[in-house]
Design a protein around this ligand. Structure first.
Ligand SMILES: C[S@@+](CC[C@H](N)C(=O)[O-])C[C@H]1O[C@@H](n2cnc3c(N)ncnc32)[C@H](O)[C@@H]1O
Length: 379
């Protein structure tokens, strides 16, 4: 597929705000299904007008907690996408869910609406860690949710957060081995990051506890690669693990710097339009988003034409996260700056990057240091 197109729908509401989370989220208040269904469909229509003739490769309901959204809103959005663009064969429709919303009837309703891949925010299989992470489910709830999801959806994935304070490498080995045995075909394994402005950042700044040491993080990262590879779930992206057939088609659009539309409060988009690359962002606040759609037909708050330098920065930052890396052709803008070619040579001879006939990728040695490698390449 030459130029896949995806749609990302951000559902910003959660039953509680987790202390580590800096996503665009709001404590759930009763939402009016009709209001949100109409608004999201209008915003989708706005973008369909501007991307005529393209079909959708993927649709992704992210959050926040989309599993809290009214079923009629999920159904309304899927149907609108089918009508406005149509889906490619094998199109992927993912919904992020919390284990607390794992009733069989609810998952059946999502599947009936067209969702064919479920992403569960499990975060940990240890009760003490789930309490620390401020989650409102325990390990047994999570395992039940995974089982229910596997009985409804052919493709499921779940998220785990590791490299938690005081987490030993043996504890992570046991937890990850247990997670792998739960039979998901895809795993998202994130190292805990302390995001500015979160409750966790305040706790760390107040000295209440400290993040895990970098070398322990690196050891746990290496162990994660080893165990998942051995289980047939190799890392295809820094934090994402799956066999080839189960890789996330929607997220690959982000990492391969392809086109996606973002609707819902605080959603981002990247579109190739009249040979220009456009970055879009909608209003963050739900009320401002609804007002904007009412007045203008879209929740768009800002759009920016990305120049070559900005595009290169994004393409490298996203693409080098992938095991497949990115291709730099001889006439690539990358080579407009001679110092960059020298740095590429240096990083390759340092064994941090590999250059296979123009296909640039991070090596196992370079992957844990990716942010520094990209910074080095671009500055
Ligand atoms: C959009 S969130 C998913 C939200 C979903 N409602 C949930 O909480 O289950 C995507 C994932 O990012 C990960 N994540 C969020 N904040 C993180 C942080 N500070 N450090 C590491 N992983 C984080 C979590 O694993 C989370 O499931």
């Amino acid at each position: 597929m030459t130029n896949p197109l995806g749609v990302y729908v951000h559902w910003p509401f959660c039953s509680r705000i987790c202390p580590y989370c800096d996503f665009n989220v709001y404590k759930n208040k009763a939402v009016d299904a009709q209001t949100w269904t109409t608004a999201l469909k209008r915003d989708l229509n706005y973008w369909a007008e501007r991307t005529k003739g393209r079909k959708l490769t993927s649709l992704y309901f992210g959050g926040g907690t989309p599993s809290l959204a009214p079923i009629e809103t999920i159904t309304g959005v899927v149907d609108a996408c089918a009508e406005l663009w149509g889906f490619e064969a094998e199109a992927e429709i993912t919904l992020e869910a919390n284990p607390t919303d794992a009733e069989r009837t609810r998952f059946d309703a999502f599947a009936k609406a067209g969702v064919n891949r479920l992403s569960l925010g499990v975060q940990s299989l240890r009760d003490d860690a789930l309490i620390f992470l401020g989650r409102n489910h325990n390990a047994n709830d999570a395992k039940r949710a995974i089982e229910t999801a596997r009985s409804v959806f052919e493709r499921i994935t779940f998220d785990l957060i590791y490299a938690r304070p005081d987490q030993s490498i043996d504890a992570w080995r046991n937890e990850l081995s247990e997670a792998i045995k739960l039979g998901a075909t895809h795993l998202s394994l994130y190292q805990l990051t302390i995001e500015p402005g979160t409750a966790f950042a305040k706790a760390v700044d107040a000295g209440r506890w400290a993040a895990l040491e970098e070398d322990q993080c690196a050891d746990q990262f290496a162990l994660t690669q080893e165990l998942t590879e051995a289980a047939g779930l190799p890392a295809y992206e820094i934090s994402n693990h799956a066999a080839l057939s189960d890789q996330s088609r929607h997220n690959l659009i982000y990492w391969r710097y392809q086109d996606y539309i973002g609707v819902g409060p605080g959603a981002h988009g990247r579109l190739t339009w009249n040979d220009e690359r456009i970055a879009t962002q909608t209003h963050d606040r739900p009320d401002a988003y609804l007002t904007s759609v009412e007045k203008t037909g879209t929740g768009l708050n800002a759009s920016e034409q990305l120049d070559q330098e900005a595009q290169l920065t994004e393409r490298l930052s996203m693409g080098l996260r992938l095991r497949e890396g990115i291709t730099l052709y001889a006439d690539d803008y990358f080579y407009n700056d001679d110092t960059r070619a020298e740095k590429l040579l240096q990083l390759t001879s340092d064994g941090l990057l590999a250059n296979n006939c123009g296909r640039i990728s991070a090596t196992p040695k370079g992957r844990p240091l990716l942010n520094a490698v990209i910074r080095d390449l671009l500055t």
